[in-house]
Design a protein around this ligand. Structure first.
Ligand SMILES: Nc1ncnc2c1ncn2[C@@H]1O[C@H](COP(=O)(O)OP(=O)(O)OP(=O)(O)O)[C@@H](O)[C@H]1O
Length: 503
């Protein structure tokens, strides 16, 4: 097959908008893609098409994304499209770490710092030095580390922290005053450098530093980033954006893809501002494509997703999806007495679906927070249904190693990839991002849980709305939304249905 024929074949599975995005090979390209609209299909086809056309040098082609899982998905889809191995698909952090390692001997004689797995000891010592208090408790420690992480990805130096707090009414964690927190931030950095350690954000900060201050090393890095694709661009932080800017320099071969309605990490410094502003920042852009056709979900699920966004004050930034599928069952709404009854009801429904031929691996129960999961897991266990829990740190299976050994190879592979036929998924909404299931059960849809903390109108409420949208759009065939009127039989305050379901 000639290169041209091969290139044409790559485009075969794309609709006209996806094709327009995939064939715009030079200059800045923005793809705004709704949930299930094939953004991964489009960007992988674009890279494959460019390589098949010999328009790009594969060894200078880089695609970055946020999670290890998404990077793995990109790699396997690129390889299925016959893309040369030389094309790199990586997380921001692993791409930067690789560049930093290579540049290091050119810029210093010092040892390469270790990426610290556990930052708690450094933070604990920093806290003690500044406050002369005992160890912070585990929750304080977590909050302090989150605050330092937020400041770093937001490019807020310790010196500026106090000013930022005053301007934005931000309250530091662990009962600290802003200037104490600023001192803790400095002490934390000292502790890490004393032990030749770095955290995840340091990888990006140090790479920025190399690109800014070491001309030769910067030129080598920039040469390796000839054609850049950035996935999930709606979740980019100011620090990641700075790195992108420095990677590109004068280069304008950049394609970003994202969905402003799926920004769910604002609390950690992510912002859809860069996606929405891309056409100004990179003006003139070569192609600006919107993908609004949802290939994943039924019209009923899509209508529910559109309804959730319809009352948002930010709705003009969001795409209105249209479903490409046949009609399916209507969205099932249920009210239960308490959490246990809700869990039992959900499990009964899953049993019913399985008895009608559904695969357990295609059923997911989604929760807003981790604490909602134990009652669900208990009910699944009682019913003898194997499940796995998806947390941000990975899978915890209810199935034992011995049971795992009985699965055949194909099942095992699928199970390990998270798509096995045998295990129901119990996941937080955050951890379900990018996944799809035939049957989705979204539990706890009451005020207080969804939106969590029932915030007043404003950015917090909008982030909760987007979370609900992400949850709903994971469903391909059937969607089951429920809530419990009380926590348990003992009573407790009466809960009302989520405002996102009204109207
Ligand atoms: N042109 C198309 N024709 C048929 N099916 C398609 C097309 N584009 C995408 N799909 C299917 O739609 C589903 C979603 O595609 P993909 O995984 O690329 O979506 P995504 O946009 O990355 O999803 P999300 O952002 O919601 O996680 C997949 O099952 C994919 O095969």
């Amino acid at each position: 097959m000639s290169n041209q024929e091969q290139a044409e074949k790559i485009l075969e599975g794309l609709d006209p908008s996806q094709r327009r995005a995939a064939t715009a090979l030079e200059g800045p390209v923005r793809i705004i893609a709704g949930a299930g609209a094939g953004k991964t299909r489009t960007i992988t086809s674009r890279i494959a098409y460019a390589c098949a056309q010999e328009a790009w040098d594969p060894s200078r082609t880089l695609a970055v994304t946020f999670s290890v899982k998404a990077a793995g998905e990109l790699r396997s889809r690129l390889s299925a499209l016959g893309v040369p191995q030389a094309v790199k698909a990586a997380t921001f952090h692993s791409a930067a770490l690789h560049q930093l390692r290579r540049a290091w001997p050119e810029i210093t004689d010092g040892y390469f710092p270790q990426v610290a797995e556990d930052l708690r000891p450094y933070m604990s010592r920093a806290f003690q030095q500044v406050t002369a208090q005992e160890d912070p408790d585990p929750v304080q420690l977590r909050d302090l580390l989150e605050e330092v992480g937020w400041a770093k990805v937001s490019l807020i130096a310790p010196d500026d922290y106090t000013r930022v707090c005053a301007a934005s009414h931000r309250t530091p964690p662990a009962g600290l005053e802003p200037d104490q927190m600023s001192d803790v931030m400095e002490a934390f950095e000292r502790e890490k450098s004393y032990h030749a350690a770095m955290d995840f954000n340091d990888i990006l900060l140090m790479t920025c530093h190399v690109l800014e201050d070491f001309e030769e090393a910067a030129a080598i890095i920039r040469r390796s980033v000839g054609w850049l694709t950035v996935d999930e661009y709606q979740d980019v932080s100011p620090l990641q954006h700075r790195l992108l800017d420095l990677w590109l320099g004068e280069n304008r071969s950049v394609c970003v893809v994202g969905d402003p309605a799926q920004t769910i990490y604002s609390f950690a410094g992510a912002s859809s501002y860069y996606l929405l502003d891309f056409d100004h920042e990179f003006s003139p852009i070569a192609a600006d494509v919107e993908l609004g056709t949802d290939y994943r979900s039924t019209p009923q699920v899509v209508a529910c997703a559109n309804h959730i966004l319809a009352t948002s004050p930010e709705r003009s930034d969001y795409l209105r999806l249209s479903s490409q599928r046949e009609r399916g069952p209507k969205v099932n709404m249920m009210k239960y007495e308490d959490d246990e009854t809700e869990a039992a009801g959900v499990v009964r429904r899953i049993q019913y679906l399985i008895s009608r031929g559904a695969q357990a691996g295609q059923c997911a129960v989604l929760t807003r927070i981790n604490a909602q999961q134990s009652v669900i897991c208990q009910a699944l266990k009682q019913a003898g249904i194997h499940y796995r829990v998806r947390t941000d740190s990975g899978w915890q299976r209810s199935i034992t190693a011995a049971q795992l050994a009985q699965l055949d190879d194909a099942e095992l592979l699928e199970t390990l990839r998270g798509q096995g036929p045998g295990l129901v998924t119990v996941s937080t909404i955050h951890a379900s991002k990018g996944l799809e299931f035939d049957h989705v059960f979204l539990v706890g849809c009451s005020e207080g849980l969804m939106p969590f903390g029932s915030p007043a109108a404003g950015p917090l409420l909008e982030e909760e709305r987007r979370l609900m949208y992400v949850a709903v759009t994971r469903a391909a065939d059937s969607l089951h939304i429920s809530f419990a009127e009380r926590k348990n039989q003992a009573g407790g305050p009466r809960r009302s249905p989520s405002r996102f379901l009204q109207g």
